[in-house]
Design a protein around this ligand. Structure first.
Ligand SMILES: *Cc1c(COP(=O)(O)O)cnc(C)c1O
Length: 242
């Protein structure tokens, strides 16, 4: 983590960014005629702990990180230096050998993409006697290099994970091809929503309420297609040296 200095000036910028992002998300909800709830996950991976803390102080208390080691370090920093503790969401790939150390810190995992990972998570969660809310990350793009589970494997994974008491699948997570919005992004997000609806039909004893989709460049399209969580990073750090 390289840390550019957190000053009174950066605190003001970050606060302004947080307010603007909330307004933008609210406007997108209104444009989509939605009056249900949406969770903004503030993605703090671009900055060090002190700037991250300024975002928490501005009121954004649900934070997303994509690298386990950084998450560990920031959690440690917050425990030592901050009264307010954010709720940490893991939004990036979690290697199985990092699960044990990561789990006690996490309040939500967006990116389960294999049965092997799910098994490890379920074993490790059992050891700490808790339950972990998760999303399955699905790849609906044509780009095989993208992260996430191929659609063809989704139903089988849900079937397997539904037997793991320690994991509670709450929905799906996905990314669009270019992160920049437009018609293609909208079609891809619509695809994710339809998959969720199909899962709900097939597994009626479960509840797939969450759709984590949409970032700084494509949150409007995601919200139009029913996102319940948007993961916003860059917009929150505009004007900050990072
Ligand atoms: C970095 C990241 C984001 C945030 O993206 P921005 O374009 O900076 O808003 C969202 N989701 C994931 C998985 C990420 O890695």
């Amino acid at each position: 983590m390289t840390e550019s200095a957190a000053t009174a000036k950066t605190a003001e910028i970050v606060r302004g960014n947080w307010e603007r992002v909330q307004e933008q998300v609210a406007a997108a909800m209104e444009a989509a005629s939605r009056n249900d709830e949406i969770q903004i996950v503030g993605v703090s991976k671009y900055v060090g702990p002190e700037l991250t803390q300024q975002l928490v102080q501005a009121g954004c208390t649900v934070l997303g990180e994509n690298r386990p080691q950084v998450l560990w370090a920031k959690d440690e920093w917050f425990r030592q230096n901050s009264d307010a503790q954010p709720a940490w969401h893991m939004i990036g790939h979690l290697q199985r050998n990092k699960a044990r150390r990561t789990l006690p810190i996490l309040s939500y995992l967006h990116s389960v993409d294999s049965l092997r990972l799910a098994k490890t998570l379920s074993e490790e969660t059992a050891k700490i006697g808790s339950q972990l809310p998760i999303l399955l990350e699905v790849n609906v793009t044509d780009d095989e290099s993208k992260t996430g589970l191929p659609v063809a494997q989704l139903f089988e994974l849900v079937e397997e994970v539904s037997d793991m008491e320690e994991l509670r699948i709450e929905g799906l997570m996905a990314m669009s091809t270019h992160f920049s919005g437009g018609d293609q992004a909208r079609r891809e997000f619509a695809e994710v929503r339809k998959l969720r609806d199909k899962l709900q039909e097939s597994f009626s004893h479960m509840e797939f309420t969450e759709l984590s989709m949409g970032m700084s460049g494509d949150y409007r399209e995601a919200i139009a297609e029913g996102a319940t969580m948007v993961r916003i990073g860059s917009s929150l750090w505009e004007g900050i040296d990072r």
